[in-house]
Design a protein around this ligand. Sequence first.
Ligand code: SAM
Length: 657
Amino acid sequence: MPGQCFLMSPDFQPVVPAVLSFLDNATLYSSRFDDIYASANGALEQAQHVFLDGNDLPRRWQGANRFTIVETGFGAGLNFLATWRALRQSGATGVDLHYVSVEKHPFPLAALEAIHERYSEIGEIADRLREQYPPLLPGFHRLHFDNGRVTLTLLFGDAAEMLHQLQARVDAFFLDGFAPARNPDMWSAGVFRELARLAGANATLATYTVAASVWNGLEAAGFALEKRQGFASKREMLCGRYARPVKETGNIRDKRVIVIGAGLAGTSCANSMARRGWDVLLIERHPGPAQEASGIPAGLMRPVFSLDWNPHSRFTSGAFLYAIRHRLAARPLDDEPTPAGNGVLQLARDAFHFEKQQRIVEQFSLPRDLACVVQTREATEIAGTTVAGPAIWFPSSGWASPAAMCRSNLDHSGGGVTNLYGCDVAGVRRTGACWDVLDASGQVLAHAPAIVLANALTVRRFVQADWLPLRPVRGQVSLMPQRIGRDLRTAVCREGYITPAKDGMHCVGATFNEDLPDIEARLEDHETNLLRLESMLPGFGEGVTTANLGARVAFRTMSFDRLPVLGALPDPRRPASGDTDGLFTCLALGSRGMTWAALSAEIVASRVCGEPMPIEASMLKMLEPDRFLRMYPERRNQGGKPGGTNDQTSDTGAKPG
Ligand code: SAM
């Protein structure tokens, strides 16, 4: 395709899937590596002997709170399933399992099903795995099972590269590449270096191979090794322990957290922390949740793909996939408060844009249930009304009321969230190991070892966060009455969007103005929304005038690079001082709150709890608050904004020269 190579990011490497094949119709085999995936004497039995027994599991789970395993080579997920089954059978009810597995050539879903069919003893959990199995997009994919007790993070890509992107403290390694002679990349010095970097104190490893190159490489990386009896016909296998000192990371032991702000960001964080067993106090200045930007009647939840796989589209697509999986894991879909899953049509702007949409679907080999291109006639059939042109169709995307999602976050947090509504926080202050939350008169409202600031622009009131370059972006949606004979079956978007009617109203929007403080609805914004509607769905709004429209105005919070601000808040005055330890942010979800909130909250919660991070380190660097200190070095030591102004709205995001 002309132009494709030029436009494709040098970083983008499409996933090349594994091809299903069996030796003698029995043993799973890779022709790419000319090797079998597991012992012909039984994959699950091998998992038990080599990887579980070799790492002294399940015994080490007893009494542990969290246990992290990293596996090289996910394959068909049989080691993972054997481990999950062992955990269920172990009676170790207090431990949360993080299983991280890297795979360069993942099996397509249909192939996994054909493999799993052969193992009826793990049938139920294999079904659960396949229900959430991600499309084969490169990078990290996090899946939750058994109410969050088991977390699987799949890293699709080359082992050395992906492990380099992982932030985790690991308790046990399952080294399961193909035979070293056939698959040297899995046993390279680079991989072993990453294992050593990731190893926690007393980390162990096990592998079926005793190849001298593996022994020497692991030993050079710092592992003390021993040979043990191998599985079935194999005489020996290798076990090891990380033998060098490991710097302990200080985890917060007192599991109480205050979340400030009860919009999509705050309720999602409250949900993520409560599911981890933390006591959450959710403080909101309004009398209930979702009163500001999250109060718009409807918003879209959909991925964004770009040919260059830029950070915005990578994060948005990853967040979308996480959000729909997470809903599936956390609660049944029919429990959704609103019709969320009826698809989104994104119309092409012109012929050139449509060609680009086609190339995107090809480049990423997107499965049809995630995205496909449709010509105008098909798009019209899908929408149930005439659309202006061809489109990319996202069948598993949807729209919903953000307020309903906020309520759902709170309803599904297992009773771990206490609400304090109508309570205006004026500041936060460190006292010993805790943070106080203060009202305007300086009274302490509450205190806890950790605080998540999810209060959008009002975070600027707090001296610890007043330097963050956030700005308000005004958005106005027009509420258009549904009319008889004009049905819309799916959300449609291009420059703006329209949702199917709910309670007799379509939501048409939203405008995007960076420098407008007007809280009142503006006539010209209604006109803009109607014009965009006409350009997407010709005739659909015929006869509607601005006088027929209701309105809602809200101010989204954006950072100047339009990415969210997630993670530990540094102190710009004394960055290494630890003065802001325990302060975290979940801010600047902008106009993508519906899509971004769940993964954003997972990132923040993983950081607060010291768990393996759910996305790549390079991406985290682009999202964490301290990126602004790297971009604006003058913010260090001084605090405040470049040029000394604290006028947040005037910081329109010009990059420093
Ligand atoms: N543990 C798997 C299971 O339980 O089904 C079997 C793993 S199989 C022996 C080895 C796996 O390593 C294959 O799925 C293969 O595609 C993967 N692999 C090979 N080279 C790789 C690399 N450089 N990076 C990541 N994965 C790789």
